[in-house]
Ligand binder design. Structure first.
Ligand code: ATR
Length: 272
């Protein structure tokens, strides 16, 4: 049976085995998918070992996405642009391809939820690994504007500069003014139950707000957005399922139906 896995550190919390098992059942694919805890210094060794023993593909999560980028023999354009890899796939010639399906997953989830991106003014908060992967795919949707704000402005500028023609802007939080159609929280602040220091009046009833994180109930950022009068809020659970569907397609050539898997995963997460 073809073997797949997700590698990370920590990894116990990962929901990817459920998602891929449900995709496999739904599409009649026969495969095994497990989670593997990789020690901080053992990524290359463990991943080489996995493929040497016949493994077909890996998902890669925190903190190894940059290492997976360096590990891959060949890269997709979107992985190169992101500077990070979340999916590795063994190819017929024995080489390992690195892809990044995070941004495509986010865009797919936004479109499924009927949040159009074309012609919209988009603000992305944060400039870490999570944000690097989503800027290219967001830009492909032809927003009116795309701005990255970060506590450390230099990091936002470094990401923006990778895109030609000034298509992506960079800003501090203090400089931000309102007027955005969509605000995406890509900071890890919600993990510590914190908020980026955003100016009052940034969000309004017309703003749609998305957090790349998810958990039981709304994140700190989504709770704050609701207090600001925002009506359209979403966490990143749909993105998680969509990025997995992109990886599944890359490995198996079959596109799973994501809606029932999102529903089932939501029930699982809420059950704790
Ligand atoms: P990830 O891979 O999850 O993106 P990361 O690369 O460590 O993790 O990036 C974390 C992001 O969250 C950064 O943009 C960080 O801001 P700085 O670059 O200024 O450090 C942001 N972040 C984390 N905690 C934050 C907080 N309490 N307020 C604002 N931004 C925060």
């Amino acid at each position: 049976m073809d073997r797949y896995a997700v590698v990370g550190n920590p990894i116990a919390h990962s929901k990817s085995p459920y998602i891929h098992q449900w995709f496999a059942e739904q599409t009649g694919q026969s495969l095994m998918y497990e989670k593997i805890l990789v020690e901080m210094t053992a990524f290359d060794e463990d991943v080489s070992g996995f493929f040497a023993l016949g493994g077909k593909g890996l998902n890669v999560t925190v903190p190894f996405k940059e290492q997976a980028f360096r590990f891959a023999d060949v890269l997709t354009d979107r992985a190169r642009l992101a500077g990070a890899v979340n999916t590795l796939a063994l190819q017929n010639d024995g080489t390992v391809m690195g892809d990044n399906t995070d941004g495509a997953g986010l865009v797919a989830d936004l479109l499924v939820q009927d949040w159009p991106l074309s012609g919209r003014r988009i603000l992305v908060l944060g400039a870490g690994g999570a944000v690097r992967g989503i800027i290219g795919p967001l830009l492909e949707q032809k927003p009116e504007s795309l701005l990255i704000a970060n506590r450390t402005v230099k990091k936002a500028m470094a990401i923006a500069e990778a895109f030609p023609g000034g298509a992506v802007g960079a800003s501090s939080y203090a400089e931000l003014e309102g007027g955005f159609d969509l605000v995406i929280n890509g900071t890890s602040a919600s993990l510590a139950n914190e908020l980026p220091p955003l100016p009052a009046g940034l969000l309004g009833a017309q703003t749609a707000v998305y957090d790349l994180m998810y958990g039981v109930g709304p994140t700190a950022f989504l709770r704050w957005a609701t207090e600001q009068g925002v009506e359209r809020c979403s966490d990143g659970l749909g993105m998680l399922v969509q990025q997995a569907a992109e990886a599944f397609y890359l490995w198996r050539g079959v596109r799973p139906d994501t809606a029932p898997v999102v529903e089932r995963l939501r029930r699982l997460v809420n059950a704790g």
